[in-house]
Design a protein. Structure first.
Length: 167
């Protein structure tokens, strides 16, 4: 942290995806399994990509750069009831940080080709982490207010709640 208590991040690259707007964009990677994109890493950070191509999946940490103002209560895409933002994956968060598990198709220099993309074009990338099932997959999981929702309902596209200022 800095002396002012602010946390400063430097983006390491950007996502180049087919989605220039949230209209019709998949809301979660599960609804975007066949959607491909590139993560273009700044040359200054390219050395950090060494050995990443041995992994099938990566976690992308990024900024919801076009999210509206933060809201502590939102109506999530799988519900009609307002929920606390921290019990949802809505982009209008106090710290608009996104996390997506994507399939790593390949790497060419400083460019990663990925699939399962639910991310807007030109989204700033903050970090990349390899997905490791033994460390990242949880057992004995509860899903809170999502209990009873069917997997088919998860494959949705963005609506007005995801436009700038939506939640």
């Amino acid at each position: 942290m800095t002396e002012t208590g602010r946390i400063v991040f430097t983006p390491i690259g950007i996502v180049r995806s087919p989605f220039i707007s949230t209209d019709g964009m998949p809301i979660q990677p599960v609804g975007a399994a066949d959607v491909t994109a590139e993560v273009v890493i700044d040359e200054a950070f390219a050395e950090g990509l060494a050995d990443l191509d041995g992994f099938s999946h990566i976690l992308l940490v990024y900024v919801f750069h076009r999210a509206g103002p933060a809201k502590l209560s939102v109506v999530p895409f799988l519900d009609t009831v307002a929920r606390g933002v921290f019990a949802t994956r809505a982009p209008t968060r106090p710290n608009p940080i996104g996390l997506s598990l994507t399939r790593l198709i390949g790497r060419s220099g400083n460019i990663l080709r990925i699939a399962g993309v639910d991310i807007l074009d030109e989204t700033p990338v903050l970090d990349i982490k390899p997905y490791i099932p033994a460390l990242d997959a949880a057992g004995d999981v509860r899903v809170g207010w999502l209990e009873g929702k069917t997997e088919t309902s998860f494959c949705r596209v963005a609506d007005a709640r995801f436009r700038s200022g939506g939640g």
